[in-house]
Design a protein around this ligand. Structure first.
Ligand code: SF4
Ligand code: SF4
Length: 433
């Protein structure tokens, strides 16, 4: 039996595997696709540099210094380097492990730690608390304060983070979880039964997207089962270095969905889909392998699902619009899904798809990155929006709530014309009413 390689100067709990780091052969193919390397031109902020830092810590040549910590958090975890890497090195994932290590080597202050624990361990795993957390924002909009702040230009005087938070806040509709029926029956000849994974961010911030997803699945001939006890997928926890809570949530979601007896489990959130497809890996020896494999075999992004089962287009109405498509990192790089969203868009009569340059380049949101690294995030977004502008398309389409928030904010800030829609919002316009 082979011995577990030492974690070196990493703490043994949730250290990146030495094997995953060793795969880097320093070829540099990843450099051209890394947004942080493009901005800094600094080796340590490149995928190759980050892999080298992790290797040095594992081999005991470097302590887990603040430089390693900072590079872990400056990485967008956009996974573009994984797509480019001929050795299959997943630097984004290695950096996720380094973020777990950062909690051990550089623990937050007591108040910051309490706030972090409350958000990750209490609020995100409890849908009712998530819904309650939006109440102040709803009130802010309901009494017209947001209108005043925006129209009087008050947000220009807010501190950077607050201004960004205010700026990305869309008009909030009531949360969908309590409203959506547990079962929406298939329309027309029945083709199967799917479980709908209602993502917390999507159903809270963009409930119309979730509503359209359920409507489309039903229109396409599937019974749609939406369990209300669904937990957060764990993506924010992986990104913030709380792998233990991510595992706890994964076990609950697996039990919940496997009990439903559905053919597929469908999500409209690229971030959720990516995390759900990683359950097998994050749980490793902590759950029954057969159940993990079965769960993994059922997960589909909505576009992936529609293309796989075949889109019934007979009743579709024309949607005479030109659109351009921004690929969410967690769809194109995290799940390898580049064609399906485009196939869905092209299936809609009347739609003209205008490809933008660098469609798979990150938009700069990357979870809390957009709030922690304001300037870097803005510069990455500007590059993206310049490419959107060049297409002169009517609509900017994407498939992830984080990208949606960031792009919609950028479009408003720059006075661009394109509204931002999810793929299913576009498709929904084509469905018979
Ligand atoms: S991460 Fe991959 S692409 Fe980048 S230098 Fe290492 S082996 Fe090459
Ligand atoms: S995940 Fe993205 S930001 Fe991080 S090293 Fe890879 S390409 Fe660069």
């Amino acid at each position: 039996m082979s011995e577990q390689p030492p974690a070196g100067n990493f703490h043994p709990q949730d250290a990146p595997s030495y094997e995953s780091i060793l795969q880097c052969m320093r070829c540099g193919f990843c450099l051209a696709v890394c947004p942080t390397y493009a901005l800094t031109n600094r080796e340590r902020s490149s995928p190759r540099g980050r892999a080298a830092l992790a290797r040095a810590v594992t081999e005991g040549k470097l302590e887990f210094t603040s430089v390693v910590r900072d590079e872990a958090f400056l990485c967008l975890d956009c996974k573009a380097c994984s797509t480019a890497c001929p050795s299959g090195v997943r630097v984004g994932t290695i950096m996720e492990f380094c973020r777990s290590q950062a909690q051990i080597f550089y623990p937050p202050s007591l108040p910051a730690g309490m706030l972090r624990d409350f958000i990750l361990k209490r609020m995100l795993p409890t849908p009712a608390l998530m819904e309650a957390s939006m109440l102040p924002a709803r009130l802010y909009q309901r009494i017209g304060l947001q209108w005043a702040v925006r129209h009087l230009g008050v947000n220009r005087f807010l501190p950077g983070v607050l201004a960004k938070m205010e700026g990305i806040l869309p008009t909030l509709a009531p949360p969908l979880r309590l409203e959506i029926p547990e079962l929406i029956p298939a329309q027309g000849p029945k083709r199967g039964r799917v479980g709908f994974f209602l993502g917390c961010a999507m159903s809270l911030v963009f409930p119309e997207v979730s509503r359209q997803t359920a409507r489309i699945l039903s229109q396409q001939g599937f019974d749609v089962v939406t369990p209300k006890e669904v937990k957060c997928c764990g993506a924010p926890h992986l990104a913030e270095g709380d792998r233990e809570t991510a595992r706890r949530l994964a076990l609950i979601n697996i039990d919940l969905f496997l009990a439903l007896d559905v053919d597929f489990i469908v999500t409209d959130c690229a971030g959720c889909g990516c995390a759900l497809k990683e359950y097998e890996e994050i749980l490793e020896d902590r759950a029954d392998h057969e159940r993990l494999r079965l769960f993994r075999s059922k997960i589909r992004d909505i576009s992936e699902f529609l293309v796989e089962v075949g889109i019934r287009t007979e009743a579709f109405r024309p949607v005479p619009l030109s659109v351009t498509y921004h690929e969410p990192c967690h769809l194109v790089h995290g799940q390898g899904l580049s064609k399906p969203p485009r196939q869905v868009i092209r299936a809609i009569p009347g739609v003209e798809l205008r490809e933008m340059k660098e469609s798979s380049w990150c938009c700069g949101m990357a979870g809390s990155f957009a709030l922690k690294e304001l300037e870097t995030s803005r510069r990455i977004l500007e590059r993206k929006l310049a490419n959107v502008r060049d297409t002169d398309a009517d609509i900017l389409v994407t498939a992830n709530p984080g990208c949606h928030l960031q792009l919609a904010w950028g479009v408003r800030e720059l006075g661009m014309k394109q509204p931002v829609w999810h793929v299913v919002e576009l498709l929904g316009r084509s469905l018979p009413s």
